[in-house]
Design a protein around this ligand. Structure first.
Ligand code: ATP
Ligand code: MG
Length: 783
């Protein structure tokens, strides 16, 4: 091979290149932010394809968001110099799981056009089940049960596999039963929730070894990004798929070096593996691993011959333990630590050069994360310039914070920065609205990324419900949502009656309605209205065959009276809702047909608005993972908000470390500028609270940080320093506002400890030392 090799390899450093070119056997790339892990994965796919090692549909490549998948395809095209046709298995765990499930739906008692429920539908359904069990929804909220079920699914636990103690904690011991009847109801409704996309897929594989083998054989290469955030279900799914291809008839135990199943806890489809484990006496791992984690390669204490595993799969996972931020959703950072154990002979590659951030940013992020104890630790260096220091700006309240950030962004814009390179990363999504409002005022284009916010709006959900009923007549939840929206005189009594009917005859609500209008059980008026509705749906379904799906959507919104309902509405937000409905129809244009669009909606984990327009990105820290921007604004660094009080209360030290990793993720998104903010007053869910700056600000190395003054108004900043100059400002605050609590505390503390502030100031000059004089933290935050 020529020293340079193919074009796409040039520019990689030796370690990256090794990770790309080691195509055979398991590879783990364990490396910090911005070291090129994702780039390695993309280049690896290019390499596999150009070497002819596999065709596009033989590569399984898992990204963390749909957006990341799209980006990867784009890059791939650039590397190969041609658009990449058909990489059907490049996507998120859920989109790929959902795709496989649709192909084999009937094997898990679904139809291939099954609906994917969102949280709202889920909760509505659970409410019905609670009612049927006579469980008080006030004491045992459906939403809580939804959370429990989600947690079980993330851990790969089907009903019957949930530890009985846990299942008993809800609804006076009825948790397990409710979970089981929920799963049954989903089947009747031809629906799956988000967690099912993987859990049911796992069941499919376990109950149908031939289907599993088909996929094991198909996927010649498996690649996984953000491996540190895989949860147990994702891990199990991956393990099932990553076993070496085998001939039918060979027991799985002969080829699986480790087993993803623990006796009695997680299913029993791999019972041959289980018995194998039992025989080989390798159970201590399972006990230690709290019941759902995999165990290692079977040891054989008795000295019996253990089947030699066949060559391990070509699996390449990349991750960073310092960026594990989904523990609350069941992610197990241990998966990454266990990789070598799971895939014996794995090559572990470390990357140490950060290509993303300037010196100050990288130093600040590294120093911050060094406060965590539970980490592997790693070196990160950059050959970039030091660049601008990380800034910290305090403001009076969150509104001022939004104003200050808005102004800075306008300044950047005037200086010629591209708005696509500006991001605001918030800890909690409620923080977004203030920025949205501000941007609307300023006329600053922005897009909200992550979380289906747009599609969660009531008017959008109503419109979608109409389309869902057209697409899948058995979609009861959708039907129920719109049966009387707009009002047609089909009130609760009618709906109740349809329910009774549907239950008795085991049919969907829509069919029940069809039957009921033929009887005289309904009053003439309701009967007429219901008949009209059914006829309308029949007509729309017929039109679906001839009209474009966007056109159909317009027709439906028009003929159903839904648009008119909002046109007549006098409330302030009606106009906005009408705009949203238009936007919805516009958003459908991207899709080939209605089914494709609805599938997309159900899977949407990230949204980007008008993709073409230059715009500021607004998102939560969680959805910023893997992304990078020249300019990153990080508002709300206050105790209680960040770190989140809730996380601290619920998870203590581990929670704090996860919050710190989140802060680290936030900082490491920035290429050239990272700007941190805190406000002294913040309104959370309608109540104002006085807050104190985040402990994470204390943990930044002073040499890399600059304190600046808020440009938005009254300002907190003082003359720029953490020393006594700061409380000079307290007086002026005090005269115009009441002195905020933390500042009073801070001032008192500083007065009481004269030497302390001097020390703080000294610390400021010392390279790599934290702000020893730091912020006072004797008060709990608001969350
Ligand atoms: P994260 O942990 O945040 O997901 P990552 O390790 O996946 O980060 P990438 O996003 O792949 O890092 O790379 C970070 C940036 O560095 C990208 O802009 C990428 O193009 C660039 N980069 C990576 N490797 C090189 C290289 N060898 N030469 C030049 N630029 C590189
Ligand atoms: Mg990445």
């Amino acid at each position: 091979r020529a020293a340079a090799g193919p074009q796409y390899l040039s520019g990689l450093n030796p370690e990256q290149r090794e990770a790309v070119e080691t195509l055979d056997g398991p590879v783990l790339v364990l490396a910090g932010a911005g070291t090129g892990k994702t780039r390695v994965l993309t280049t690896r796919i290019a390499h596999i394809l150009s070497q002819g090692r596999a065709r596009p549909h033989e590569i399984l490549s898992v990204t963390f968001t749909n957006k990341a998948a799209r980006e990867m395809k784009l890059r791939l095209g650039q590397m190969l110099g041609q658009a990449v046709e058909g990489m059907p298995w490049l996507g998120t765990f859920h989109s790929i799981g959902g795709r496989i499930l649709r192909i084999h739906a009937e094997l898990v008692q679904l139809k291939s056009n099954f609906t994917v429920l969102d949280v709202d539908d889920q909760v509505r359904l659970l409410k019905q089940l609670l009612q049927a069990e006579n469980i008080d929804d006030k004491r045992w909220p459906a939403r809580m049960l939804a959370g429990l079920i989600d947690g079980w699914k993330n851990r790969g636990l089907a009903p019957g596999q949930v530890p009985s103690g846990e299942a008993a904690m809800f609804g006076n011991g009825k948790g397990g039963k409710l979970y089981a009847s929920y799963q049954e109801r989903l089947k009747i409704l031809n629906a799956a929730d988000f967690g099912d996309l993987l859990l049911e897929n796992i069941r499919l594989f376990r109950e149908n070894p031939d289907v599993l083998r088909q996929y094991q054989n198909r996927f010649k290469f498996i690649l996984v990004d953000e491996y540190q955030d895989t949860n147990v279900a994702q891990y199990l799914w991956l393990r099932l798929l990553s076993q070496a291809p085998s001939r039918p008839g060979v027991p799985l135990s002969a080829i699986i070096p480790g087993a993803p199943v623990i006796p009695g806890r997680v299913g029993d489809a791999n019972s041959d593996v289980q018995s194998h484990i039992r025989e080989s006496g390798d159970q201590e791992d399972s006990a230690r691993d709290s019941g759902f984690a995999p165990v290692g390669a079977p040891r054989n204490d008795a000295g019996n011959a253990v089947a030699q595993p066949s060559p391990p799969k070509n699996i390449c996972c990349v991750g960073d333990d310092d960026q594990s931020i989904y523990g609350w959703r069941g992610a197990e950072v241990d998966n990454i630590l266990r990789f070598e154990h799971d895939f014996p002979g794995a090559k572990v590659i470390r990357l140490e050069r950060n290509y993303r951030s300037t010196g100050h940013i990288l130093a600040a992020a590294s120093h911050l994360i060094a406060h965590n104890e539970g980490r592997l630790g790693k070196t990160l260096r950059t050959e970039d310039v030091d660049g601008e220091k990380v800034t910290v700006t305090g403001s009076w309240d969150s509104e001022e914070e939004a104003r200050a950030i808005g102004e800075e962004i306008e300044q950047l814009q005037r200086a010629g920065e591209n708005l696509n390179e500006v991001a605001i990363l918030v800890r909690a999504s409620f923080q977004m609205r203030e920025f949205e409002d501000r941007f609307v005022t300023l006329g600053l284009p922005y897009r909200v990324i992550g979380g289906p916010r747009f599609y969660e709006r009531a008017e959008i959900r109503d419109a979608l419900a109409y389309l869902r009923v057209i697409n899948s007549p058995a979609d009861d939840l959708a039907f129920e949502r719109i049966v009387n929206v707009p009002k047609r005189g089909l009130g609760d009594a009618t709906v109740q009656m349809l329910h009774d009917h549907a239950r008795k005859r085991r049919m969907p609500l829509f069919e029940a309605a069809r039957a009921v209008v033929e009887t005289d059980e309904l009053k003439p008026k309701a009967r007429g209205a219901l008949r009209d509705l059914i006829l309308q749906f029949d007509r729309w379904r017929a039109q679906r065959e001839v009209a474009a799906h966007t056109e159909l959507a317009e027709i439906v919104l028009d003929e159903s009276g839904y648009t008119e309902m909002w046109q007549k509405d006098r409330s302030a937000d009606a106009a906005g809702r009408l705009d949203n409905l238009k936007e919805l129809v516009r958003s459908m244009e991207e899709f080939e047909n209605l089914q494709g669009f609805l599938e997309h909606i159900s899977l949407v984990m990230d949204r980007d608005g008008g993709a073409e327009e230059e715009a500021v990105s607004l998102m939560t820290l969680h959805s910023a993972k893997g992304l990078e921007f020249d300019n990153v604004f990080l508002p709300g660094w206050e105790e209680g908000l960040f770190p989140s009080q809730r996380t601290l209360d619920e998870q203590g030290r581990a929670g704090l470390e996860e919050e710190r990793r989140l802060a680290h993720v936030g900082l490491t998104r920035a290429r050239r500028r990272a700007k941190l903010y805190f406000a002294t007053n913040r309104r959370i869910h309608g109540t104002w609270s006085t807050t104190i700056p985040s402990r994470f600000l204390d943990e930044l190395p002073s040499a890399n940080v600059e304190i600046t003054e808020s440009k938005g108004g009254s300002g907190w900043g003082g003359t720029g320093g953490y020393g006594p100059s700061r409380f000079d400002n307290v007086e002026s605050f005090g005269s115009s506002y009441s002195t905020p609590g933390w500042q009073r505390a801070q001032a008192n503390r500083n007065r009481g400890q004269g030497g302390r502030s001097g020390q703080a100031r000294g610390g400021f000059e010392e390279s790599q030392s934290s702000f020893s004089g730091g912020f006072s933290r004797n008060k709990r935050g608001p969350l």
